[in-house]
Design a protein around this ligand. Structure first.
Ligand code: VGL
Ligand code: ZN
Length: 333
């Protein structure tokens, strides 16, 4: 750390000014071929100000210690989690075969690139999620008659169609999209697709297990009332970077990526390892990830990222923003 500080303190005055800090960023944010990712001035200044805790326009050795421990270390050596979402029979060839949905995408196409990642990339931990519904689940159109609709529901029970969104009675009311019966606990349709590689020591996470609430995110149910164990398991692993992929892109993958970002994880969406329901919604999912400082990559970019040899400025900025938030909380106490 001291050597790093001295190497970048070009004028040797014992402080890093913004130009010298820019030198550090140019060293950090580059790919494995040494091509530097540009960082816009505004972002650079924001990051500099976050670590310039005394707000004197310079980073001293003490401030740099925090920068090194909380930021640079993670950028160089992230703890990488591979989260494979709902690659189950029903979404590929079963009752909720996504190729029947408007985007007409083929869920089978995620298997090969996911298996290739599992074979070639050394993630710190691999998680598989399962959509795992009881037979009387609220999301099944077959169960529409089990629960009264609220009078505000835009669609009434007698003319509700597959994929419509209805509103069930309740306090609060429950907005729910109607799906065909799918991923019923312990059924064939809920099993992982047979050709998907399941690695040793993988963690399996089950969601959507409560009858009266649906769960798209692997973290929380759609009402944020109940959590899976994913959050605590990631915390225990000191996870920093979450690579998400699977089915369906614009439903469970999108919701999970959004939650990962809101919790504060550096989040990477693997585009070619996802297939979805609706093109418009897929676009919205991508926009949301980018807006919230996640990145969208193709699977052939991942190995060097996981190894810390391809370091993205978007993820560096995301981490800096999280550090800023945690310092604000500290100061508030
Ligand atoms: C999913 C629709 C209903 C998903 C789950 O895994 O994306 N989609 N339940
Ligand atoms: Zn479901």
């Amino acid at each position: 750390m001291d050597a790093c500080f001295s190497a970048f303190d070009k004028d040797g005055d014992g402080f890093l000014n913004i130009e010298e800090f820019d030198g550090i960023c140019k060293g950090l944010f580059r790919n494995d071929r040494g091509i530097v990712y540009s960082l816009d001035v505004h972002t650079l200044k924001h990051i500099f100000n976050i670590f310039d805790t005394k707000k004197d326009g310079l980073i001293d050795r003490q401030e740099f210690t925090m920068c090194w421990n909380k930021w640079i270390k993670t950028i160089i050596r992230p703890v990488n989690i591979f989260l494979i979402i709902d690659v189950q029979n029903d979404f590929i060839s079963g009752s909720l075969n996504i190729s029947n949905c408007s985007a007409q995408q083929n869920g089978l196409e995620v298997i090969e690139p996911i298996n290739h990642l599992l074979d070639t990339v050394n993630f710190d931990s691999v998680f598989y999620s399962f959509d795992w519904h009881p037979i009387d689940h609220i999301s099944f159109i077959e169960n529409l008659s089990l629960r009264p609709l609220d009078s505000s529901s835009p669609i009434k029970a007698n003319n509700a169609q597959l994929y419509d969104t209805v509103v069930f009675e309740g306090s609060p009311k429950i907005k729910q999209r109607l799906w065909p019966k799918h991923c019923v606990q312990d059924s064939w349709g809920a099993q992982l697709y047979k050709d998907l590689k399941v690695v040793d020591n993988a963690v399996k996470i089950y969601k959507g297990t409560i009858s009266d609430v649906d769960s798209y995110s692997v973290f929380w149910d759609n009402k944020k009332l109940t959590q899976t164990t994913l959050g605590t398991q990631l915390a225990k692993l000191n996870a920093t970077d979450i690579y998400v992929c699977g089915l369906a892109y614009d439903v469970c993958v999108g919701a999970t990526a959004a939650d990962a970002l809101s919790i504060g994880y550096r989040t990477i969406l693997i585009d070619d390892c996802c297939r979805g329901v609706d093109l418009n919604d897929i676009e919205k999912t991508k926009n949301n990830v980018v807006k919230n400082h996640g990145v969208i990559v193709q699977s052939n970019e991942i190995k060097t990222m996981v190894e810390g040899r391809d370091r993205r400025p978007e993820l560096g900025y995301k981490l800096a923003l999280e550090i800023e938030k945690s310092m604000e909380k500290e100061n508030y106490k």
